[in-house]
Design a protein around this ligand. Sequence first.
Ligand code: Q9C
Ligand code: ZN
Length: 282
Amino acid sequence: MKTKIVFSEKCLGYGNWHIEGPLRVQKAQEILQTKGYEFVKPEPATEENLLKVHEAEYIWNLKKGLVEDTDTPAYDNIYEFAKLSAGAALLAAKINGFSLMRPPGHHTGKNGAALGVYTRGFCYLNNVAVAVKSLDKRTLILDVDGHHGNGTQEIFQGDSKVTYVSLHRVPHYPGTGLVSEGNCLNFPLPFDCGEQVYLETLDKALSMVDLGEVEAVAVSAGFDTHKGDLASLGLTERSYWEIGKRIGALNKRTFFVLEGGYKGEQNGHDADNLLRGFEGEP
Ligand code: Q9C
Ligand code: ZN
């Protein structure tokens, strides 16, 4: 059974000039469509959903267009775009789907920039965190984006219901995630380490998780680890199939939320491979 893709073309309506631009999702959507995936449309997250993760003051400032940094512009109506992306993660959690939406989320913490990092790295609301909090199950968050999810770590640090596992490039933006701390297991990897090192590390990381305690898996699915992308670890399309296979082997209810990945066509092929590996398809 094919995983459903949560998507709305409304998410294409901002940031034409930015590297986190509409084509990265639009081209991916087109490719997944030609591959026969089914699509479902999200509703925006409610303020109640957001308040489980973010401080009221941050939400207010975002709504008013008052938060901006060098990576993360205060676009017109960005609060509406961000709420729809968070709502897509909520729907993905509900149907065990894949949210193919923007903006991404994993660098945003409770009150904006997280763990002393100076930007929100193209993120406004922490989509995966909003979905995990509302799902309210014992959850493993597996973050395969090439950047450390400092926002997600900050939000769930010390939360006994959640284990956060991240593989990411170091030294690199955002500069956090150098060591594991409590329920947050971090696996820093060197530039272009390649598939073999990556998969060995992933196997080791997953072996450290007490799966008997896990009811759900949430994947922060970033594709910027692809060779040549923003946080390249030298992975190829086939690497995402291998990653998906390992996620499927966990045998838990699972959903996926897009994070980074800056080449639209590549994102489409990588997502297809991730999902085929996950579903046990060749
Ligand atoms: N200002 C995600 O992949 N680059 N975000 C900072 C120095 C920020 C990446 C460069 C990269 C953010 C979701
Ligand atoms: Zn990233």
